[in-house]
Design a protein around this ligand. Structure first.
Ligand code: G4P
Length: 525
């Protein structure tokens, strides 16, 4: 590709993460979007969950069992001249760290909210993570075919709880059994609710925003009510501001019903109009790597072992930030300075994977990994070394002792722990005094997934003894005296051998600080 072709290819990319709390409809929307892209030919795979036929984006056994997604997956399709790349995120807040890493690899986010539930505590946490990243956020309020909360309420809550302005791109006309459609403020039309078989149906609006000509809807009280609400929203609500959207300060809000595929296309069309193309990425040195820069550079934001249990493979997910990826190319792995040949690479189409020959900024590729990569690694071509900004690590708050149930099976136990820790599924520590293994996590479910995957993927039953909530604080090795360790502040080392204390509670941390006023403790390394 020459420079012009590269730029054209990059400008077509729209890479986003889809976030929601479990059950809001993230999977259903994703399925519908894939359908528009012609990727999945039959809808309703989500609905078939109960019959044991799962949504294509759900891979793992545990996800099927619990009906939540605990890993992120990647899907892509072409639509309206654009290449749309969707990164699914785990809905559960216990996997916020995974979600955050995924958000580092995208240029915008789509937040799905259940209209009956509004902003749930989990949505709030996920959203805060989204906000920390400062990328545009688009909101889809789902399940309008069911009775939910008042739209004015929902937008007010969004603004209040999440601290972001909401701009209604459309407005629901009724809900539940009385759902008539959406008043599309942005496109100045009404989209009538209909069964899928009936196809799309729009009503034109006149200059006053009223339905042109005669239509039975005009006689219904809900219609008048919606006109009043829209007056209110237009008068008192936020104004549409592209700059604010780009900064993540204003979220365009769409209403719809993913299950009946209503409002999803309208959403997708508007989304593609305003979603940003791949942005420049910052290096640790503070330079910006432009997406159409000629040299290839990208970073690993996720590692996933055993995505396909039959193949026992391990895949490093790479977000391309600049240049052109070509299969078989040689790159430098920044962390080690080693050269690697990228011959075994893949792209993701729902559950299918295709060998990828070329890719550009915005694309996500999967590299089959034999243990070369770690989360956060930068790979690049060219003479000048590139190192992208560090991916943030959340400090674990929950800890368990862990050991193999069967002492004869140490080998599989160690292999499993090593691989799952490299994935970032849990953090591993070792007690200074006894050498015992300790796992740390942000949320309890991470341990459950770990235990399940150890048994399932590594044939290693593990015993976990909860240690409860602890405060992890790193200490400068120069200042460390092993005698400082006690039952209230257990001394452990992390995977890199750095010493840290696990404090029982804030009180014990304060007590320690009083006793050793010169010792510096840090929450993160
Ligand atoms: P998630 O990925 O965010 O966890 O949600 P998912 O898409 O799996 O949807 C959760 C449930 O909500 C599914 O029901 C799905 O069919 C339903 N759902 C999604 N969108 C809509 C919508 O627009 N309207 C209605 N009425 N339902 C919707 P399920 O798997 O059958 O489980 P359940 O119905 O027993 O809870």
């Amino acid at each position: 590709m020459d420079q012009k072709q590269l730029k054209q290819a990059v400008d077509k990319r729209r890479t986003f993460a889809i976030i929601s709390h479990p059950d809001a409809g993230k999977t259903t929307i994703t399925e519908q979007l894939l359908l528009f892209g012609g990727v999945v030919r039959s809808a309703g795979t989500v609905k078939a969950k109960k019959s044991g036929n799962f949504a294509k984006s759900d891979w793992m056994e545990i996800e099927k069992k619990r009906g939540i997604s605990v890993t992120s997956s990647v899907m892509q399709f072409d639509y309206d001249g654009k290449r749309v790349i969707i990164l699914d995120t785990p809905g559960h807040e216990d996997f916020s760290e995974d979600t955050y890493r995924t958000l580092m690899a995208v240029d915008s986010a789509v937040m799905v909210i259940d209209s009956a539930k509004g902003i749930e505590p989990q949505t709030k946490k996920l959203f805060q993570i989204c906000k920390m990243r400062g990328i545009p956020i688009f909101t889809f309020i789902n399940k309008l075919d069911r009775d939910g909360r008042e739209p004015l309420d929902l937008i007010a809550e969004l603004e209040e709880v999440l601290g972001i302005e909401g701009y209604a791109m459309n407005w629901p006309i009724g809900m539940g059994k009385g759902f008539k459609g959406i008043y599309d403020i942005f496109n100045n039309r009404i989209e009538l609710y209909r069964s899928e078989a009936e196809g799309e149906s729009f009503l034109e609006l006149d200059d006053n925003g009223e339905i042109k000509g005669d239509h039975p809807l005009k006689q219904e009280s809900i219609y008048q009510q919606v006109l009043e609400e829209i007056e209110l929203v237009k008068g008192a609500g936020s104004t549409f501001d592209e700059a604010k959207i780009a900064q993540g300060k204003l979220t365009p809000v769409f209403f719809g019903s993913a299950l009946t595929n209503f409002g999803v296309k309208t959403f997708l069309d508007a989304y593609l109009q305003f979603a940003p193309k791949p942005a420049a990425h910052k290096t640790e040195a503070g330079d910006l790597v432009e997406p159409d820069a000629p040299e290839f550079a990208g970073f690993v934001f996720k590692i996933q072992a055993n995505m396909n249990p039959n193949h026992r493979d391990r895949i490093a997910f790479v977000r391309i930030c600049s240049g052109e990826f070509e299969r078989g190319m040689d790159v430098t792995l920044e962390r080690t300075g080693k050269k690697l040949r990228l011959s075994n690479s893949t792209q993701f189409m729902a559950d299918a994977r295709e060998i990828v020959e070329t890719a550009v900024a915005g694309d996500i590729i999967g590299l089959y990994d034999t243990g070369n990569f770690q989360i956060g690694d930068t790979i690049y071509t060219g003479k000048k070394a590139v190192k992208f900004e560090k991916l943030p690590q959340f400090t674990p708050e929950l800890f368990v002792h862990v050991r193999a149930k069967n002492v004869m099976k140490q080998k599989s136990f160690h292999k499993g722990i090593e691989q799952l820790v490299q994935e970032g599924a849990v953090q591993l520590y070792q007690s200074y005094s006894t050498g015992d293994y300790i796992l740390g996590a942000v949320g309890q479910l991470q341990f459950e997934v770990f235990q399940f995957r150890m048994a399932n993927e590594y044939n290693s039953e593990v015993v976990m003894e909860p240690m409860g909530r602890k405060i992890a604080r790193w200490i400068d090795p120069e200042q460390l005296d092993e005698k400082m360790s006690s039952s209230r502040n257990l001394l452990v080392k992390d995977r890199q051998g750095n010493p840290l204390f696990l404090f029982e509670n804030e009180f014990s941390e304060r007590w320690f600080k009083d006793k050793y006023p010169d010792v510096k403790l840090t929450a993160k390394l």
